[in-house]
Each structure stands twice: as structure tokens, then as C-alpha cells.
Write a protein that binds this ligand. Structure first.
Ligand SMILES: Cc1cc2nc3c(=O)[nH]c(=O)nc-3n(C[C@H](O)[C@H](O)[C@H](O)COP(=O)(O)O)c2cc1C
Length: 187
């Protein structure tokens, strides 16, 4: 199984979580990482045909990002808008992503318990991420349960270290063997 990781962080040099995940995933032989900020440049311009080539060769596509204002950083939206074109991803002849898997790898500053009805973030991660879930459905991809590391701003290095094998497993384990967990919000 080949996995493509689309990393959407505005500045990986200043990142403490996503940079570590990006570096670890980049060392995996069956994983191709793509730093969208580097590829798109300051104007976030993507060459759709080049993106389509890398997408076609992937079985699983992961979007990896820090949670910013309850969504992804803008470079990922730019990539989606410019790359998921009619005739490729949807519409007549637009079946190139059908059957591939889509997963999200996310770090949040807020703790897990804040992502619940009645807490200060009001909604679960699953609820915040419904635009991605529907995007997957629209283009015929199989949407995987998300991977989230909460409290990322207060994470010490040991906890980030411990998350790395889990991220690699999420990226490389075939779906039949993937341990799919329901969203849990600790008290
Ligand atoms: C512009 C901005 C918006 C953010 N919005 C949220 C948010 O909506 N929810 C949240 O839990 N954390 C939020 N954070 C915290 C980031 O998710 C956190 O700093 C990031 O996941 C850490 O990852 P990194 O070390 O790879 O940058 C925000 C941070 C920034 C800079």
C-alpha cells in the first residue's frame, strides 16, 4: 500500500509536532510526504497535473495539519480548490480518486475534553471535520477515522516521541488491520 501525506503547516521550521511527524513519515519507504507550503510557495499556487500524478499513485491520502480556527491552515484549502477539479475528482470522467482512502492527521492546542458539547469548544472533532468527510464522499474516497493529538501546545518532547509510532501505523497499516477507534472524550 502506498500512502501520500499532504502536510499543510505554514512554517514547519517553527513547528514542534507536525515537523516531527513529517520527518518520521518521510523516512517510511511506502510513504511519500509532500510539504504543501514548500510546493505551493508564498502564493499557494499548485500545478494540478503534477498533483494529479502523485495522487494517482497513492492508495491512501493523509492530510496532516495543525488545527487552526477549527479547520486546516489555508494552504490545504488552496490545494483542494486548485487540485480537486471536475473531470479528475468529480463530474463526468472525474473518477480518479474513487476507492482511495482519505485520513486526517491533526494536532490541536485544546485538550480532548474541550471537544465536546457543553465544553468551551462546543463540538466534537468529528463534527468540526465534516467538510473533509463530505469531500471524501463527494470524490468517492473512503474516509478513515481521524488521528488527533490533543493539547499539542503543552506537549513535551516525550509525548510527541510517543505519538510517532502511532502516526506511522496510521499511515501504513492496511484498513483491514487498522485499529479503528470511536472518538473518545475523557472526562
Ligand atoms: C492561527 C492559529 C489558530 C489555532 N486555532 C486552534 C483551534 O481552533 N483549536 C485548537 O485546539 N488549537 C488551535 N491552535 C493551536 C494549534 O493547533 C497548535 O499550536 C498546533 O497544533 C501545534 O502544532 P505544531 O507544533 O506542529 O505547530 C491554533 C494556533 C494558531 C497559530
Amino acid at each position: 500500500m502506498k500512502t501520500l501525506v499532504l502536510t499543510a503547516h505554514p512554517d514547519l521550521d517553527t513547528s514542534s509536532v507536525n515537523r516531527r511527524w513529517y520527518e518520521a513519515l518521510s523516512r517510511e519507504p511506502t510513504v511519500t510526504t509532500r510539504d504543501l507550503t514548500a510546493v505551493g510557495g508564498p502564493e499557494m499556487r499548485f500545478e494540478p497535473r503534477a498533483e494529479h500524478v502523485v495522487l494517482r499513485s497513492a492508495d491512501r491520502v493523509l492530510m496532516q495539519f495543525p488545527f487552526y480556527w477549527y479547520s486546516a491552515p489555508p494552504v490545504l484549502k488552496a490545494w483542494l480548490d486548485q487540485v480537486l477539479l471536475p473531470g479528475f475528482a468529480y463530474g463526468p470522467g472525474g473518477d480518479q480518486l474513487v476507492g482511495k482512502e482519505l485520513g486526517l492527521v491533526i494536532s490541536t492546542g485544546g485538550p480532548a475534553k474541550s471537544y465536546a458539547s457543553g465544553s468551551y469548544n462546543s463540538f466534537t472533532m468529528t463534527e468540526f471535520l465534516t467538510p473533509f468527510e463530505q469531500t471524501a464522499k463527494m470524490v468517492g474516497m473512503r474516509y478513515l477515522p481521524h488521528f488527533v493529538l490533543h493539547s499539542a501546545m503543552s506537549r513535551d518532547r516525550a509525548i510527541v516521541d510517543a505519538s510517532i509510532p502511532a502516526v506511522i501505523s496510521y499511515a501504513t497499516t492496511p484498513i483491514a488491520d487498522l485499529h479503528l477507534r470511536k472518538e473518545r472524550v475523557p472526562a
